[in-house]
Design a protein. Structure first.
Length: 107
């Protein structure tokens, strides 16, 4: 199961230095709902290597605003406490997400 990011915990998780992948989503977003099981599967597959989680833009908004999330789904990637250049928007295949996660781990 994917980690649940909130405005209260997201900075602390990123600051831990672990690789982090954040899925910005909402229940009103069909593509987001389609991505949900994929994100959960990847969270299980990479559980010991990467914190993969979801940030619900309907419940939270400060972190989304700071990161200029204008459309969802959107994926941001972090390593060593910093945002990296990898950023995805829109529906993605599991293979694409895995490739980007592997790229993050190789950095």
């Amino acid at each position: 199961m994917a980690f649940k990011f909130t405005d209260d915990n997201v900075d602390e998780v990123i600051a831990s230095g672990k690789p982090v992948v954040i899925d910005f989503w909402g229940t009103y977003c069909g593509p987001c709902m389609a991505m949900s099981p994929i994100v959960d599967e990847l969270a299980e597959e990479y559980a010991d290597k990467v914190v993969i989680g979801k940030y619900n833009v309907e419940e939270e908004n400060d972190f989304a605003a700071v990161n200029r999330i204008m459309s969802i789904p959107a994926f941001l990637f972090y390593k060593d406490g910093k945002k990296v250049a990898i950023r995805l928007a829109g529906s993605q295949s599991k293979e694409t997400l895995k490739g980007k996660i592997d790229e993050l781990l190789a950095m």
